[in-house]
Ligand binder design. Structure first.
Ligand code: OMP
Length: 237
């Protein structure tokens, strides 16, 4: 089966623009991400409409709570039939293991991944919350915890992908937001990389929102990025 590398972040306030964009796209070109804003506004009904069109969905709700609450939320998310769900690795080992068990016991089992350190954050943001580690140290620590807790992979910046690909193995799923084509606006992202460089660094999937959704022609923007990454593969450092 074709395995599109781009996951478009449908960061919209309502269903209509999300469905209008989906209607211009093919499931062979990309997967779609529904996050907090759109899911809070529309609920599971929109997921059904997107899945009916053949798209695989990353439900990005970044659960972070006590183990039981997180596990029940993951169970509920799995029952929606989505392709991928996520939690925050900062919730700790017990929470990660509870989430993993909840997904493993579900009839439908989405990929379960953990957010390490948000791509909007830089060294000084870690200092603000009392963490003395560098972003690379922090991401490696949380990714190792996620892997040891049995998760399928992590969300990280592509700047950490090469390190994690070497330390966590070829099967570990590295989902990288903070992707910006050369010359594109960074918006609120901090740790960024271009699409091709991200795949060469070892990313499994690229999460891309505004560079596509805010483009004058989102379909053309997606096609241009897909063209740029044809044949791009991990290049071991
Ligand atoms: O979990 C995520 O998807 C995520 C994690 C992270 O560390 N950084 C990050 O930007 N994201 C999401 O990825 C998308 C990036 O969107 P753009 O910055 O518009 O490309 C947004 O929907 C974010 O919520």
């Amino acid at each position: 089966m074709n395995d599109p590398k781009i996951i478009i972040a449908l960061d919209y306030a309502e269903a209509a623009p999300a469905l209008a964009l989906a209607d211009r796209l093919q499931p062979s070109q990309c997967r779609l991400k529904v996050g907090k804003e759109l899911f809070t506004a529309t609920g599971p009904a929109l997921l059904e409409q997107l899945m009916k069109r053949g798209f695989e969905i990353f439900l990005d709700l970044k659960f972070h709570d006590i183990p039981n609450t997180t596990a029940q939320a993951c169970k509920a998310a799995a029952s929606l039939g989505v392709w991928m769900v996520n939690v925050h690795a900062l919730g700790g080992r017990k929470m990660l293991e509870a989430a993993r068990e909840a997904v493993a016991n579900s009839a439908h089992q989405p990929k379960l991944i953990a957010v390490t350190m948000l791509t909007s954050m830089a060294q000084e943001d870690l200092a603000d919350i009392g963490i003395a580690a560098t972003p690379a140290e922090m991401v490696l620590r949380l990714a190792t915890l996620a892997r040891d807790s049995g998760l399928d992979g992590v969300v990280c910046s592509a700047q950490e992908a090469a390190m994690l690909r070497q330390r966590c193995g070829s099967e570990f799923c590295l989902v990288t937001p903070g992707i910006r084509p050369a010359q594109a606006s960074l918006d609120d992202q901090s740790r960024v990389m271009t699409p091709q460089a991200a795949l060469q660094a070892g990313s499994s999937y690229l999460v891309i929102g505004r560079p596509i959704t805010k483009a004058a022609d989102p379909l053309q923007a997606l096609l241009a990025i897909n063209q740029e990454i044809v044949g791009a593969r991990f290049i071991a450092p």
